[in-house]
Design a protein around this ligand. Structure first.
Ligand code: PEP
Ligand code: MG
Length: 370
C-alpha cells in the first residue's frame, strides 16, 4: 500500500518538475473544485455557470424569460444575484490562492426553455378566462418567440449577454462581490472572467465596458481593491482570424476546442456520432473522433494561428485550452508544442494530464536538441 503510494508520488513529482504546461480543471461546484485540487489541479480553467441556472432555480429563470419590462427583468436578475454570489464564494474558497476562470453563462437556449408540448398541454387545461395572463401562457409565447432552428448557432454566449446586458452584469457583480467578500475574510481569490463564443472584438469590448463599470461600483461599495482578469474563449473560426484584434481587449484566451471543432468541420457536436460518424471512421477519413483527439491538421492549425496573432498583439497573453481535448494525451502534446500555458480538463483526468504534460516537455526537449 504505502510503497505503491510513494512510488506514484515520485512519478508525479518527476512529471511536475519536467512539465512546462500548467494543469487546471473544469469544475462548476466547490466539491468538484476541492476534488480537482486533491488531484493536483493548479486552478480552475473553466467554471461553466449555465448549470447554476437549472434545478430549483428554474422558476427564477422563467421569470427572466417572461419579463415584459426592464423593471421585471431587473427583479428577476436581483433574485438570482445572491444565489450566484454564494456559488462563487464557494468555488473561490475551494480554490483559494489559485486562478479560477469563471465563464459567463453560455446556454444552448433550448436546454433552458420549458418543453413546448408540456406547456401547450398546460395552457390548454387552463380556463379560457385565465389563459392570456397565465404564467404558462406567457412562457409559451416566449418559447415560440425564442425558438431557433439551429440553437448551437444561435442566441448563445456573448450574444445572450448583448441581448440581455443585465444578465452578464448580474454575474459580474456576483463574481466581484464574492471576490470582495473572500478578500475581507482574509482569502486570496483570483477570479478570471471569461466571455464565451466571441467572434468579434466589438462584442468583447461591449461586455468588458460593463464589467469594468460594475467593478468600480463594487469597489466603491465594499472598499476592497479588486484584482481580476477579463478574457475570452476562442471557439469560433472568426475569433481565430481576428485574434490579433481580440487580444487588445483580452488578457487571456482559452480555446474552446469542442465548439472550435464543431464550427470548423461544420459538424453538430450533438448529432455527429449518431449520424455519419461511423462511416467516416470506417472509410478512414479520420482515425479517431476529432472531438476526442485534436485534429492537428485543421483545428490545430487554427489554434496555432490564434496563438501567433494573439501574442503578436500582447506578448504576455495567457493561453489555455478548456475543451475536452485538454485531458486527451495526444492533444496535450500538441498544446505543449503550440506554446499554450495550460490545459484544463475534468478533475479525474488531472493526474494523467500532469504525467502527459511532463512527457510532452521531455520529448519536446529531446527533439529540440536533436
Ligand atoms: C468548448 O466549446 O470547447 C467549451 C469548453 O465550451 P462548451 O463545451 O461549454 O461549449
Ligand atoms: Mg463552447
Amino acid at each position: 500500500g504505502d510503497e505503491l503510494v510513494l512510488a506514484v508520488e515520485r512519478v508525479m513529482a518527476h512529471a511536475d518538475e519536467s512539465r512546462r504546461l500548467g494543469v487546471r480543471a473544469n469544475a462548476d461546484t466547490p466539491e468538484d473544485a476541492a476534488r480537482a485540487r486533491r488531484f493536483g489541479a493548479q486552478g480552475i480553467g473553466l467554471c461553466r455557470t449555465e448549470h447554476m441556472f437549472l434545478g430549483d432555480r428554474k422558476a427564477l429563470v422563467e421569470h427572466l424569460i417572461i419579463a415584459e419590462s426592464e423593471q421585471e427583468q431587473e427583479e428577476a436578475l436581483s433574485a438570482l444575484l445572491p444565489l450566484q454570489r454564494s456559488d462563487f464564494i464557494g468555488i473561490l474558497e475551494a480554490m483559494d490562492g489559485l486562478p479560477v476562470t469563471i465563464r459567463l453563462i453560455d446556454p444552448p437556449l433550448h436546454e433552458f426553455l420549458p418543453d413546448y408540448t408540456d406547456l401547450s398541454v398546460q395552457v390548454a387545461m387552463e380556463d379560457d378566462h385565465d389563459r392570456r395572463d397565465s404564467k404558462h401562457h406567457k412562457l409559451l409565447d416566449a418559447v415560440r418567440r425564442l425558438h431557433e432552428q439551429n440553437p448551437m448557432l444561435g442566441l448563445r454566449g456573448v450574444r445572450l449577454g448583448i441581448v440581455i446586458p443585465g444578465l452578464f452584469k448580474m454575474q459580474a457583480r456576483a463574481i466581484l462581490e464574492a471576490t470582495a467578500e473572500r478578500k475581507k475574510a482574509g482569502g486570496d481569490p483570483q477570479p478570471e472572467i471569461m466571455i464565451p463564443l466571441v467572434a468579434a472584438v466589438q462584442e468583447l469590448e461591449l461586455v468588458k465596458a460593463d464589467i469594468v463599470q460594475v467593478a468600480a461600483a463594487v469597489e466603491d461599495e465594499t472598499g476592497v481593491d479588486l484584482d481580476f482578469k477579463v478574457g475570452t474563449m476562442i471557439e469560433l473560426p472568426r475569433a481565430v482570424m481576428a485574434a490579433g484584434e481580440i487580444a487588445e481587449a483580452a488578457e487571456f484566451f482559452s480555446f474552446g476546442t469542442n465548439d472550435l471543432t464543431q464550427m470548423t468541420w461544420g459538424f453538430s457536436r450533438d448529432d455527429v456520432e449518431a449520424s455519419f460518424f461511423g462511416r467516416y471512421l470506417e472509410k478512414g477519413i479520420f482515425g479517431v473522433s476529432p472531438f476526442e483527439t485534436l485534429d492537428r491538421d485543421g483545428v490545430g492549425q487554427l489554434v496555432r494561428i490564434a496563438v501567433e496573432r494573439g501574442r503578436a498583439t500582447r506578448p504576455d497573453l495567457h493561453l489555455g485550452v478548456c475543451g475536452e481535448h485538454g485531458g486527451d494525451p495526444d492533444s496535450i502534446h500538441f498544446f505543449d508544442d503550440a506554446g499554450l500555458d495550460y490545459v484544463s480538463c475534468s478533475p479525474f483526468r488531472v493526474p494523467v494530464a500532469r504525467l502527459e504534460a511532463g512527457r510532452a516537455t521531455s520529448i519536446g526537449e529531446l527533439s529540440d536538441s536533436a
